[in-house]
Design a protein around this ligand. Structure first.
Ligand code: PMP
Length: 425
């Protein structure tokens, strides 16, 4: 391990072993910038996280010192870039619970990871009459690829509905996941409701019925310890940009036997073993799924993001978010007319907190908060079917991460009170 990182981490954890939020904030240059004349309070982490200087520096260092294309050159820079890139694969495999390195595929993000499986495993295995099961809380990234696949193949898309407090309603699960089910696609943590889903239980049932399971980990991997083997998933997808890393980098993990069995998604350079004018054979996994030049700088900088999270400790990050979500939920509920979507118990959820005000549109809330330097998200959060299920056109969403503290929540609550005064509510 790099000694610089170890020193940083000791400081980041503070004397009590808790996370030292002031020290963490200091690592994020963007947070020093005032927005609309106010201290920036960044509460849009479910959309993307901010980047610590360690990650930003790694991008600059890569271009200054090692830029070359990977896997194909025999010169020094090419070897340097290739070994740095491949080391991140090893690191990512360790981060998700110590899986086989060759099961880790770098993609551009969760969306591409899920599309890869829908277009390869899906097209190979799904036939008319088969059933694909999703849940009512899925992000479009884990819904549209399955909708399109079912439309193209004549399969049926079924869904697990929700309880009134935004958890999966598993009472009739045996009628939904049946012998006709070929695949269950489920979010580990909802980007709208914050709900943490019992993916291991769902996977166990799916496997008993002979189905495979894809878990959308875009919101879980950044915020809680994830041991992929314990999730029971056959495929697991997440994005670097929501966990301190650069945009344009994602991970698709898959069981090796499945990955070996399915055809590639994108074809071209790097993913082949041999090409003739009349035939082609594929490279081994994971390279079979990494055609063309990847986001080399992004992957290499993602290494520092993983180190940063590991040094804080994913258990500590989860504890911090349980504490802060509980505080935020209690403070939001002090306000008249505010309704929170999703579970209220912070142990059942992550820090993406969606809420609505009985009298003010979420877009107006977001615009007003922005004038006070507070960044939240308002809209359908790429989950239009969920909005319809909840009977909402949109929600406001404050979503937390490692650099948020009670001061940020207090600023949010004060500004929400001000919003209500401004709109005469
Ligand atoms: N799934 C969930 C639950 C998400 O929150 C997101 C991002 N908002 C995605 C998938 C898609 O991730 P990306 O845009 O990085 O591909």
């Amino acid at each position: 391990m790099n000694p610089d990182i170890r020193n940083d981490a000791t400081a980041l954890k503070g004397r009590s072993g808790q996370m030292d939020i002031d020290r963490i904030k200091a690592d994020f240059p963007i947070l020093k910038q005032p927005v609309n004349g106010h201290r920036l309070v960044y509460l849009d982490n479910a959309a993307t996280s901010q980047k610590p200087k360690q990650v930003i520096d790694a991008i600059v260092k890569y271009y200054n010192e090692s830029n070359a294309n990977i896997h194909r050159g025999l010169h020094t820079l090419a070897e340097k870039a290739t070994s740095a890139y491949e080391n991140v694969r090893v690191h990512a495999a360790r981060f998700i619970g110590g899986v086989d390195n060759s099961e880790v595929i770098f993609t551009s993000g969760t969306t591409e990871s899920i599309n890869t499986i829908a277009r390869t495993w899906g097209e190979k295995n799904i036939r008319s009459g088969d059933e694909i099961v999703i849940t009512e809380m899925e992000h479009h990234a884990n819904l549209v690829p399955w909708l399109v696949l079912s439309q193209n193949t004549g399969a049926t898309l079924r869904r697990i509905s929700l309880t009134p407090d935004g958890q999966l309603d598993l009472t009739n699960i045996n009628d939904i996941i049946t012998a006709r089910t070929r695949l269950v696609a489920v979010a580990h943590m909802s980007n709208v409701l914050g709900t943490i889903n019992p993916v291991a239980d769902i996977a166990e049932l799916a496997h008993r019925r002979g189905a495979i399971v894809l878990v959308d980990g875009a919101q879980a991997a950044p915020h809680m310890p994830v041991d992929i083997k314990q999730t029971g998933a056959d495929f697991y997808a997440f994005s670097a940009h929501k966990m301190l890393g650069p945009t344009g980098v994602g991970v698709l993990w898959g069981r090796k036997t499945l990955l070996e069995d399915i055809p590639p998604f994108t074809t071209g350079g790097e993913m082949i073993r041999e090409v003739r004018f009349d035939r082609v054979t594929w490279n081994d996994v994971p390279h079979k799924f990494e055609a063309g030049t990847p986001n080399i700088a992004g992957v290499i900088a993602f290494d520092r993001a993983l180190s940063y999270l590991e040094e804080l400790g994913m258990e500590n990050i989860r504890s911090h978010e349980i504490e802060l979500s509980g505080y935020a939920i209690n403070r939001l509920l002090e306000l008249d007319g505010i309704e929170i979507q999703g579970p209220l118990d912070p142990h059942l959820r992550g820090g993406a907190i969606s809420f609505t005000d009985a009298k003010i549109h979420p877009h107006d809330i977001s615009t007003f908060l922005d004038s006070r330097g507070i960044a939240i998200r308002a809209g359908h959060h790429c989950a239009q079917p969920l909005m319809r299920t909840m009977g909402k056109v949109a929600t406001a969403r404050a979503s937390l991460y490692i650099y948020n503290d009670r001061m940020d929540i207090d600023a949010l609550i004060d500004a929400l009170k001000e919003t209500r005064r401004y709109f005469g509510v």
